[in-house]
Design a protein around this ligand. Structure first.
Ligand code: G3I
Length: 434
């Protein structure tokens, strides 16, 4: 759908919602330094004033994770939807990702069957609403179905992974913007020399599972941008600096071995209080550009579990984090896309979790996203829109050297990992299709 078609859709279906929202002006950022922009008295937030339209005007994408089961696809395909969540997702997001539906657990009810119904539902919705879709994810240590534990063995895991990627990426072939091919493979605290996480995939297949997944995905869907996605790499704390370094090392190793990878996803689950991302992430993004990689903000939200104060204090702090963070990363020309992990606090995983890092001592619900439980925009909405307006337009990446230049003293130089294919010459190996 064209931008003008999109405006037509939003005008026709969202006028009522915009009027309702006019009276729901959120308290704005107050004590922040430097001062944040004030929203207009009666903010227009749909059609040309939506996030997707503002993003399109800057040549970038804003999107969100959704539960396809909650989207009124039939309404949208028919006379129009009256469902507020569906309206919001259609109005604001230029790209969608399934929060859970395209994970192994969402697609594989049994070892022998695939259920694409929710994934297909998402694709259908996105096509009606003129949105892109990204895939999440093909290989992760979580989100696995219960049968995996008793079925996967060292003998069959390689075939299981390859067959899964061929089937799933093949099913959606040509339709996706990008795939999170491997998710969260680095965990320095697991103590391995290569910093790979001790995941079921590592233990059943070995370190080569990462490359295998990317090679298989490239064959199954050559059009999708293949992404490595991780969390805990945003801050300049010692722990996150070390992890970020190891992720960069993995990326360099992959590029040096001509593994098909196009982007790195920085999940961006941030905290409202405490240290914020800074120079380390900025350098990482620039290092990724030197490798010819785009960087996507894939799962942003702002956790307020330990922040003092009521809803207004939460909202102000959350908006500041969005403003500062997206202001920083969208200034980089190889960051063309930012997604939030959900769009309303009503459906945020942070409000579903009972973990101590999600629960507020006052028992209040978190407000980590751009809309609240009643689908009203929070100050974060306006902070994100302002950051998008200031985004550097996405630019072509610098031409990467075929093999990254290595400074012998550089921590990040590619190195052979004992027992991994990085120690072997680039010869065809059975099962990888190379
Ligand atoms: O759907 C079942 C339901 O049938 C069952 O009754 C219920 C009982 O526990 O579980 C439901 O499934 C849950 C699912 O979310 C849907 O709500 C799973 O238990 C639960 O583990 C799952 O959590 C998801 C988590 O990933 C694990 O897959 C979260 O919603 C989702 O937000 C979270 O997303 C991850 C990204 O994929 C990767 N990055 C971090 C991010 C946050 O953890």
């Amino acid at each position: 759908m064209t931008e003008s078609g999109r405006s037509h859709l939003t005008r026709r279906r969202f006028t009522g919602m915009a009027l309702a929202m006019g009276s729901a002006l959120p308290a704005w950022l107050s004590a922040a330094e430097p001062p944040a922009p004030s929203p207009p008295a009666h903010p227009a937030i749909t059609g040309p004033e939506s996030l997707r339209a503002h993003a399109a005007a800057r040549g970038v994408l804003y999107g969100a994770a959704v539960n396809p089961a909650l989207l009124d696809v039939e309404g949208l395909a028919g006379t129009g939807t009256t469902d507020g969540y569906t309206q919001l997702v259609g109005a604001q997001a230029g790209i969608l990702v399934a929060e859970n539906a395209m994970k192994w657990a969402g697609l594989r009810p049994t070892a022998d069957t695939f259920d694409f119904s929710l994934g297909d539902r998402l694709l259908r919705f996105a096509s009606l609403a003129g949105q892109r879709v990204r895939g999440h994810n093909l290989c992760w240590h979580e989100g696995l179905p219960a049968w995996f534990k008793t079925t996967a063995t060292k003998d069959n895991a390689r075939e299981l992974l390859i067959q899964h990627i061929q089937t799933v990426a093949g099913h959606f072939r040509g339709q996706l913007h990008s795939w999170d091919v491997v998710n969260e493979a680095i965990e320095p605290q697991d103590g391995r020399g290569d910093s790979l996480r001790k995941s079921p995939w590592l233990e059943l297949i070995g370190p080569e599972y990462v490359e295998m997944a990317f090679q298989t995905a490239a064959q199954a869907d050559p059009a999708a941008k293949l992404t490595y996605n991780d969390y805990g790499i945003e801050l300049d704390t010692a722990e996150q600096t070390a992890k970020r370094g190891q992720v960069l090392l993995l990326l360099r190793r992959m590029k040096a071995r001509s593994v098909p990878i196009h982007a790195v996803g920085v999940q961006s689950h941030l905290q409202a209080d405490g240290p914020q991302p800074g120079e380390g992430l900025k350098s990482f993004i620039r290092e990724a550009a030197q490798l010819g990689l785009e960087v996507y903000v894939t799962e942003m939200d702002v956790n307020t579990h330990s922040l003092d104060g009521g809803p207004d204090a939460q909202d102000a702090a959350v908006a500041r984090v969005y403003r500062d963070y997206l202001g920083m990363v969208l200034a980089e020309p190889n960051v063309p896309m930012a997604l939030t992990w959900g769009i309303t606090s009503a459906h945020s995983w942070l409000n579903a979790s009972t973990q101590p890092w999600a629960l507020r001592p006052d028992g209040a619900r978190q407000r980590p996203l751009l809309f609240d439980d009643d689908l009203r925009p929070t100050p974060a909405f306006f902070a994100v829109r302002a950051a998008i307006d200031a985004a550097h337009p996405a630019a072509p990446l610098p031409e990467p050297s075929p093999v990254p230049a290595i400074d012998p003293g550089n921590l990040y130089k590619p190195f052979p990992v004992p027992g991994s294919p990085t120690a072997q010459p680039q010869a065809a190996r059975p099962g990888t299709g190379r």
